[in-house]
Design a protein around this ligand. Structure first.
Ligand SMILES: *Cc1c(COP(=O)(O)O)cnc(C)c1O
Length: 364
C-alpha cells in the first residue's frame, strides 16, 4: 500500500462519476465548444451562488487575477498591496497587468493583516488584493472599509475559498471584484484549467468578457489588446455539476478538519486557528512546527505524504528578485514559509486515513 497522499482527485471524480460523464458527453455532442450555453449557464449559476450580479469565466486563476487588475485600471507604475505569504500567482496577476506587488505581513491566521495596509499606502497605491489563504476568510469587511477610506479598489483572490463566507457575504463579493481558479485541486475544481471573476460592476464584467476574447465584444472588432482566456464548454459543464455539490463538499472538509482538530494533541504542533466570525472551507489543513522538515520526514516514514504551501515566499523568489527584497524583509512571512506543513485533506478522506495521520503526528 502506498502512502496516504496529500490529495485524491480520483475520489472527487468517482463520487459523482455518472453526473460528470453525462455532462461531458452532452457538451461533446452539442457541437459547440467555446463561449456557448454551458458557460452562460455556469456564469449564471456561479453569480447566483456567490450572490454577485455578474460572473465571467476565463482560462485559469492567474488570468482571472490579471484581467481583474486590468479591469480596475491597474497599469504600469501602480502599486497593489498583497500579503507576502501567498501563492505566487496572486503577485503575478498584479505584475501581468503592469502593476507592482507590495508585500505585507499576514496575521496569525495566515491572512492579510489589516493593520499592515495603511503604513504601506503611497501615492502609487491603487488597490489591495486580499487572498483568503488555505480556505479561511480574511477580515474582508474591515479591509474594504480601509480601501474605501483611501479610495483604493479591493480585489479578492478566492482561488482557495470557494463558498466560504467573509462575514455576511461570500468571499469574492466583499470587494470590487473576486477572482477564482478552478484548477482540479481547488474546492471547486474542474478537469483541466479554468477560472472566473465575479463582480457587481457591469463595466468590469463587460471589460473582462472583452479582454478574454482578444479585446473584442463584436466579432473581428478589436477594441484593445486582449488575450485568449476562455472557460471552455466541457469544463463549464463539469463545473455546473461540481457546483451543485459544493456546499456538501465544503461541509465534508470542515468535518474532516474537526477530526484533525480533536485528534492532533502533540504540543509541538500549531493547529490552524480559526478567527471569530471567519469561515474556513479547509482548502488546506496547514499545521506549523519548528522542526518542520524532521516532522515531514517522520510522517513520510509512517506512510503519510505532506506538502509545503509555500516553501519560497514570492518576495524571495528569483522571479521577484528585481524588487530587491532581501531575506529578513518580511520576518513573519518567512517564518511561516519555514514552518508550515499541509497534511492530507481532500473530499473522500476516510476516518482510517485521518487516524493514521493523527497517530503519526502525535508520535513525533
Ligand atoms: C491556485 C491559485 C491561483 C492560480 O490559479 P491557476 O488556475 O492555477 O492559475 C492563484 N492564487 C491562489 C491563492 C491559488 O491558490
Amino acid at each position: 500500500m502506498g502512502n496516504i497522499m496529500t490529495n485524491r482527485l480520483d475520489r472527487g471524480f468517482e463520487r459523482y462519476q455518472e453526473e460528470f460523464e453525462s455532462a461531458a458527453l452532452k457538451a461533446l455532442r452539442s457541437g459547440w465548444y467555446i463561449l456557448g450555453k454551458e458557460l452562460e449557464n455556469f456564469e449564471k449559476n456561479y453569480a447566483a451562488f456567490t450572490g454577485s450580479r455578474f460572473c465571467a469565466g476565463c482560462g485559469n486563476g492567474l488570468d482571472a487575477l490579471t484581467l481583474a487588475c486590468r479591469a480596475i485600471g491597474i497599469t504600469k507604475g501602480d502599486e497593489v498591496i498583497v500579503q507576502g505569504n501567498t501563492f505566487i500567482a496572486s503577485a503575478m496577476g498584479i505584475s501581468a497587468a503592469g502593476g507592482t506587488p507590495v508585500f505585507v505581513e499576514p496575521d496569525e491566521y495566515y491572512q492579510l493583516d489589516p493593520s499592515q495596509i495603511e503604513p504601506h499606502i503611497t501615492e502609487k497605491t491603487k488597490a489591495v488584493m486580499v487572498v483568503h489563504l488555505y480556505g479561511q476568510t480574511a477580515k474582508a469587511e474591515e479591509i474594504k472599509a480601509i480601501c474605501d477610506k483611501h479610495g483604493l479598489k479591493m480585489i479578492e483572490d478566492c482561488a482557495q475559498s470557494h463558498g466560504a463566507y467573509a462575514g455576511k457575504k461570500m468571499s469574492g463579493t466583499v470587494g470590487d471584484i473576486g477572482c477564482f481558479s478552478f484548477y482540479p485541486s481547488k474546492n471547486l475544481g474542474c478537469f483541466g484549467d479554468g477560472g472566473a471573476i465575479v463582480t457587481d460592476n457591469e463595466e468590469y464584467a463587460a471589460h473582462i468578457r472583452q479582454l478574454r476574447n482578444y479585446g473584442s465584444s463584436v466579432r473581428y472588432h478589436n477594441e484593445e489588446l486582449g488575450v485568449n482566456s476562455r472557460l471552455d464548454e466541457i469544463q463549464a459543464a463539469l463545473l455546473n455539476v461540481r457546483l451543485s455539490h459544493l456546499k456538501e463538499l465544503n461541509e465534508e472538509r470542515k468535518a474532516a478538519a474537526a477530526v484533525y482538530n480533536a485528534g492532533i494533541t502533540n504540543p509541538k504542533i500549531i493547529k490552524p486557528a480559526c478567527k471569530e466570525g471567519a469561515d474556513h472551507v479547509y482548502h488546506q489543513y496547514v499545521i506549523r512546527c519548528s522542526e518542520r522538515d524532521a516532522l515531514a520526514e517522520h510522517l513520510k516514514q509512517k506512510g503519510v505524504d505532506t506538502i509545503i504551501h509555500y516553501p519560497i515566499p514570492p518576495h524571495l523568489s528569483k522571479a521577484y528578485s528585481f524588487l530587491g527584497l532581501k531575506e529578513g524583509s518580511l520576518p513573519k512571512t518567512e517564518e511561516y514559509a519555514n514552518t508550515v506543513l499541509s497534511i492530507p485533506m481532500y473530499n473522500g478522506i476516510t476516518k482510517e486515513e485521518q487516524q493514521t495521520v493523527i497517530e503519526a503526528i502525535n508520535e513525533f
